[in-house]
Design a protein. Sequence first.
Length: 124
Amino acid sequence: MKQKTRSRLLSFYFGSIDEKERLLVERELLIDSEYLVEFLDLKRALEEAREIPQYPSNTLWHKLQLQMPSKKKLFLSLGFSLAACIALLTIAFETTWNVEKGKNYPTEVLFDSSSELPASSRVL
């Protein structure tokens, strides 16, 4: 019985046990002085415990910043990726649009209109 009630000291301290178990622990505390001393030691240890810091230390922030890529590199790589995606999408949609018109080559991707080059031009 004593071992069972000793394992309930922490729950008793935080008030997370039911009424029946609470009464058993309180009765044990009144009867057994060693049990009372053990409870008081537990209570003192919990109340004197160091607080858990709410924010990371400056040393930890410095270590994390060393592991993170610089913002300049990040924005530069994102910019190039975005430009490449836009270029690929433009080419894909223009090619699809020309195929629907009955053409097999994407001329509108290179020129705004067919009037920019004379019909006899052999540029392409």
